[in-house]
Design a protein around this ligand. Structure first.
Ligand code: MSP
Length: 513
C-alpha cells in the first residue's frame, strides 16, 4: 500500500431523505478514513450527491419545481447527514457542479477516442427506480429483479462496448483476488461476467436532466456513467494534484450497486486507459425489526432520530458492532439499547468510572506511581494486549481495517475492557490499600494505562467520546480532538505518574429498554 489512502461513499440520490442505510456506509468509510489517518497515512474521504437522471427529474416534477432548484434544496440533507454522523470527509461532490460535468465529458471523449463508444438504438426495459436497463430474460413477474417497475424504452442511444471487456475484467479479478470483497460477492460478480457481457446503452434522448454527450447534445449521458465518474472528477481528473496523488481509491458500496462498481466502472476506466479502483467492498442491507425498510411500510429509520435517542457515538458504535461488515443485518431497538448498555455503559463506562474515581479518592487526582512494584503475570498479560505496540501486530491491525473487520476489532477492544474490569475485581485495590498502598497505586496505574490504550483504539469508531476520555487522562484538548496517533500506543508514551487527571464524567448513560 502506498502512503496515501482514498476512500469513497456512494453518492446518494437526492430524492430520498437520508436513512440508516446511508448513515451506515458513511460511518464505515469514516471509521476506515480515521484509522488510516491515525496510522499515519495521507487520507482523502469523499462523499456527495447523485443529482441527475430520470428519477430525480420525476421527483422534481412531482414537486412542481425545476430540477436544478429541487437538487439545490435537497442535496443539503446529505451534507447535514455527514455533519450529523461526524463524518470526516475532505470533500463533498455534487454531480451538478461544473468541475464534475467537465471531467465526465472528458472521460466520455477518452472512451470514445479509444473506439469503445458507438451509436445505435436501444429497445428494452428500463427501471427508473434503479436507473438500470434490464433484458427481457432478467424480469421477474414483469418487474426488475429488485422489484422496481420497468418501462419499455425505444430510442437512439450510444453504446459502450462492454462485451470487449469480458476477458480483461476476468483477468483483472484473477490478478487482484481482493479487488471485490467479501469473497462471496466476488464469486457472484465473476459468474455474472463469465455469463457474457452485452454492450451497454450509455445515453438517453427522451429526457433532459443530465450531462450532454459532447458533440451530440441531444443525447444525455446515462446517469450511472455520470455518477461513477464522480470518484475521479472530485479529486480533479485529469490534471488535479489530488487526482494524481490519490487515484486509484477504494469504494464502499451496498450489495445492490456492486455490479455498477465492480463491472461497469472498471471497464469504463480501462477503456479510457485509466487505472481501475483499488478495491470495491460491498456491505449488506439492514432490515428493520425483521422487515424490509420501505416508505410504504413506514418503517424508514432516520439517522437523526437515532442520534437523538441513543447518542451520536452510541449510534456509530452500534452500526459497526452489530453485523460483520458484508453481511445483512437486522435493526432492532431493543437490541441496540442492550448492546450500548452492556458494552459502552457497563463495560467501558464502568471501567473508567471505577478507576478514575478510585484515583481521585485515593491518589489525589493524579496518575499514581507503579514504580517499585514488580509486575506479575496478570499485569503483563493485560498490558501487552492493551499496548498493541510491536510492528507486526500493528501491520495486522491495518489489514483488518482494510478488510473491514470492524465488528471483530470492536469485539477485541471490548475483550480488553472486560479483562480490565475483571482485573479490578481480582486485584481488589480497595483491599490492597489496607495492606500496602503501593500495591494499590500500581494496580490503578495499570488500569489507567489500559483505559488510555482502549480510548486510542476506539477513536475511529467513537471519536468524540474517545477524545473526552483522553482529556480526562490529561491529554490537551486540542491534541485529543485532532486524534492521537496509533504509534502512541507504545509503552514509551504510557501515562506519566503525577499527571493531573480530571474527575470521571459519565459518558454513556444507560438506555432504558
Ligand atoms: N446514487 C446511487 C449510487 C451512485 S454511486 C456512483 C445510489 N444511491 S442511493 O442513495 O440509492 O443508495 C446509496 C447506498 O445506500 C447504496 O450503497 C445502498 O446499498 C445503500 N442502502 C440503501 N438501503 C439500505 C439498507 N436498508 N441497508 C444498508 N444499506 C442500504 O444507489
Amino acid at each position: 500500500m502506498k502512503n496515501t489512502f482514498y476512500i469513497t461513499t456512494p453518492i446518494y440520490y437526492v430524492n430520498d431523505l437520508p436513512h440508516i442505510g446511508h448513515a451506515y456506509t458513511s460511518v464505515a468509510c469514516d471509521v476506515l478514513a480515521r484509522f488510516m489517518r491515525l496510522a499515519g497515512r495521507d487520507v482523502r474521504l469523499l462523499t456527495g450527491t447523485d443529482e441527475h437522471g430520470q428519477k430525480v427529474e420525476k421527483s422534481s416534477q412531482a414537486k412542481g419545481i425545476a430540477p436544478k432548484q429541487f437538487v439545490d434544496e435537497v442535496s443539503r440533507h446529505f451534507r447535514d447527514l455527514a455533519k450529523l454522523m461526524n463524518i470526516s470527509n475532505n470533500d463533498f461532490i455534487r454531480t451538478t457542479e461544473p468541475r464534475h460535468i467537465k471531467g465526465t465529458q472528458l472521460l466520455w471523449q477518452k472512451m470514445q477516442e479509444s473506439g469503445h463508444i458507438y451509436l445505435g438504438s436501444y429497445a428494452g426495459w428500463y427501471a427508473v427506480r434503479d436507473e438500470a436497463f434490464y433484458a427481457e430474460s432478467e424480469l421477474v413477474n414483469g418487474k426488475a429483479p429488485s422489484g422496481a417497475e420497468v418501462e419499455w424504452v425505444e430510442e437512439p442511444s450510444y453504446f459502450f462496448r462492454l462485451s470487449a471487456f469480458q476477458d480483461k475484467l476476468l483477468k483483472f479479478y484473477e490478478e487482484h483476488p481482493d479487488f471485490i470483497m467479501p469473497q462471496s460477492r466476488r464469486n457472484e460478480v465473476i459468474s455474472f461476467v463469465k455469463g457474457g457481457l452485452k454492450d451497454l446503452s450509455i445515453s438517453r434522448t427522451t429526457f433532459n436532466w443530465g450531462i450532454p454527450v459532447p458533440g451530440d447534445e441531444k443525447h444525455i449521458m446515462y446517469v450511472w456513467l455520470d455518477a461513477l465518474a464522480n470518484y475521479i472528477t472530485a479529486p480533479g481528473y485529469p490534471d488535479g494534484e489530488d487526482y494524481k496523488k490519490f487515484w486509484p481509491g477504494m469504494h464502499m458500496v451496498g450489495k445492490d450497486i456492486l455490479r455498477f462498481h465492480a463491472v461497469y466502472w472498471p471497464a469504463f476506466l480501462m477503456s479510457a486507459d485509466l487505472p481501475p479502483p483499488r478495491r470495491v467492498f460491498a456491505h449488506g442491507w439492514w432490515t428493520i425489526e425483521g422487515e424490509k425498510m420501505s416508505k410504504s411500510l413506514g418503517n424508514v429509520v432516520a439517522p437523526s432520530e437515532l442520534v437523538e435517542t441513543y447518542g451520536l457515538d452510541q449510534t456509530r458504535y452500534f452500526l459497526m458492532r452489530e453485523v460483520p461488515f458484508g453481511n445483512d443485518g437486522n435493526f432492532a431497538r431493543e437490541r441496540m439499547a442492550s448492546v450500548i448498555n452492556s458494552e459502552l455503559a457497563n463495560n467501558v463506562g464502568n471501567l473508567i468510572q471505577r478507576t478514575l474515581s478510585m484515583i481521585h479518592k485515593n491518589c489525589g487526582g493524579v496518575v499514581p506511581d507503579a514504580q517499585g512494584v514488580a509486575k506479575d503475570e496478570r499485569d503483563m498479560a493485560f498490558l501487552q494486549k492493551a499496548q498493541v505496540t510491536d510492528s507486526v501486530t500493528h501491520q495486522d491491525v491495518e489489514k483488518r481495517y482494510y478488510d473491514c473487520k470492524f465488528n471483530e476489532i470492536l469485539a477485541d477492544i471490548m475483550h480488553i475492557a472486560s479483562e480490565a474490569n475483571l482485573y479490578i475485581d481480582t486485584k481488589a485495590p480497595w483491599k490492597q490499600k489496607k495492606i500496602d498502598e503501593k500495591l494499590m497505586q500500581a494496580t490503578l496505574y495499570h488500569l489507567a494505562e489500559a483505559i488510555r490504550c482502549i480510548a486510542i483504539m476506539l477513536q475511529p469508531f467513537i471519536p468524540d467520546s474517545a477524545a473526552k476520555i483522553l482529556v480526562m487522562l490529561g491529554y490537551a484538548e486540542e491534541k485529543a480532538a485532532k486524534g492521537i496517533s496509533f504509534s502512541e500506543l507504545a509503552p514509551e508514551y504510557a501515562l506519566k505518574s503525577g499527571t493531573v487527571i480530571a474527575p470521571p464524567q459519565p459518558l454513556f448513560p444507560r438506555i432504558e429498554i
